[in-house]
Write a protein that binds this ligand. Structure first.
Ligand SMILES: [Fe+2]
Length: 176
């Protein structure tokens, strides 16, 4: 399943640390097992349930958010140079995992994607951070996942979390 996930989420290649790359794919694999999804389901799952006919699936959204955050970070480094410090491995890993909790937040009922009971109890930023913590991903990445939505309004977002947060909304608001 890992090879299939690496093919779907090809931005994982942007992560320099091979161990972290592996762990990111393991979190997706773990979430799929726990949510009862198969690799072919991933491109069927809508990226949001808020928009009735979501124009993109969860894989496309995840990739676009990751690349958007990455490009924004690169632009900042290009202009600000050493005055800005961005951990691009954390940024990419956080982008790729920011919505992994949706595999637990959603379920399929009568062919339709709906919010699961566990999703009502724990929204995806929380369940995603738990999944990442379980596989030993660094706290900085757990923070990006947990703070990428309104849950993060109660914390001071790191620069990587801020980039993913804005990239996520940029890939949502225009279609709302
Ligand atoms: Fe998202």
């Amino acid at each position: 399943m890992k090879a299939e996930l690496a093919r779907l989420f090809r931005e994982v290649e942007l992560i320099g640390d091979p161990l972290l790359r592996e762990k990111v794919l393991s979190v997706w694999e773990d979430a799929m097992k726990e949510g009862g999804w198969k690799p072919e389901d991933l491109e069927q799952i809508p990226f949001t349930l808020v928009i009735e006919k979501a124009p993109f699936n969860l894989v496309e959204h995840t990739r676009a958010v990751t690349l958007s955050a990455f490009s924004m970070g690169k632009a900042m480094v290009e202009v600000y140079g050493d005055s800005v410090e961005i951990n691009f491995d954390y940024l990419v890993a956080g982008g790729l995992l920011h919505d992994v909790g949706k595999l637990l937040e959603y379920e399929r009922k009568d062919g339709k994607f709906v919010k699961s009971l566990r999703g009502k109890r724990l929204r995806h930023p929380v369940s995603g951070a738990i999944l990442a913590a379980r596989l030993g991903l660094p706290e900085e990445i757990q923070h990006i996942i947990a703070a990428h939505s309104k849950e993060g309004d109660f914390t001071k977002r790191s620069i990587e979390a801020t980039l993913v947060y804005h990239a996520d909304f940029s890939n949502f608001e225009p279609w709302r």
